[in-house]
Design a protein around this ligand. Structure first.
Ligand code: MBD
Ligand code: FE
Length: 260
């Protein structure tokens, strides 16, 4: 207990030292005048006051955290957790032989999607009974509990893989998502002459005993925003294809987790 606390403080000290060292180097290089400095501080203050700091961080910084953590490691690449995950999603009822239906309104707009997945380990093990957490936006590109008036857990839920590590979930096809442009994050995008779009994506997270939790996303071939995703969350092994089945679409992807 005592030892743990000491270790943690050393890590915080190390990180803060690096943080201040690089901020100072940035200021030396940028040679801001006093007006620019004041503008920068005011902008950062607005970022905090409007509640957009998590959004800004997840869009412009989180991808670099992931790259530092995971480059060159085996298994499915992680992607951004993003600012729109909430705890406490409902357990989706599992009826044998039937797809699980992600929480949705009776008249949920959008194309029906059946998404099939399989979860295994880099050690070759089938990962049965793995917890799968899913959340994504709706047909009007809004996330429940944030920029939508849908019920809090709309298009959110969790369930478990079957004895073969498989799952089949029924939901709707997510759509490309513009991050909010009316606040300080939008100001930043404007100055950078950058569009606010993320390609359509499913958020998905896997938890299995003895394995590293895998937080990732699923993207769809042909999406016009894949190459210029504002948050740089796209990874090659997270791509799937939407197959047209007339009254619905199908897609599938295999996920591979790493032992701890
Ligand atoms: C999103 O939907 C998202 O997934 C991320 C990472 C950032 C902003 C909006
Ligand atoms: Fe998202």
């Amino acid at each position: 207990m005592q030892k743990e606390a000491v270790k943690k403080n050393e890590r915080v000290e190390e990180v803060f030292n690096l943080f201040i060292k690089h901020i100072q180097a940035f200021l030396q290089e940028a040679k801001l005048n006093h007006e620019e400095y004041t503008n920068f501080v005011k902008w950062a203050d607005r970022l905090g006051r409007t509640g957009e700091l998590p959004l800004y961080a997840d869009v412009f910084l989180e991808t670099h955290v992931l790259q530092a953590m995971y480059t060159d490691k085996p298994g499915t690449q992680p992607s951004l957790l993003g600012p729109y995950f909430i705890e406490g999603s409902p357990l989706i009822e599992q009826v044998h032989g039937q797809p699980m239906v992600l929480t949705q309104r009776a008249d949920e707009a959008g194309e029906v999607l059946y998404f099939k997945g399989n979860v295994s380990g880099t050690d070759g093990r089938i990962l049965a009974n793995t917890k799968v957490e899913m959340w994504h936006n709706d047909h009007s590109a809004t996330y429940s509990a944030f920029d939508s008036d849908a019920p809090k857990y709309n298009l959110r839920g969790h369930f478990y893989t079957d004895e073969n590590g498989d799952f089949l979930v029924k939901t709707i096809v997510p759509v490309p998502y513009p991050i909010p442009t009316d606040g300080p994050t939008g100001e930043f995008l404007n100055y950078m002459e950058q569009h606010p779009m993320r390609p359509a994506h499913l958020h998905i997270m896997f938890e299995a005993e003895g394995y590293e939790t895998l937080i990732t996303q699923v993207f769809f071939e042909g999406d016009e925003w894949l190459e210029t995703d504002v948050a740089e969350g796209v990874r090659e092994d997270l791509m799937t294809k939407l197959v047209d089945k007339g009254d619905h679409k199908e897609a599938s992807l295999n996920f591979v987790m790493r032992p701890e």
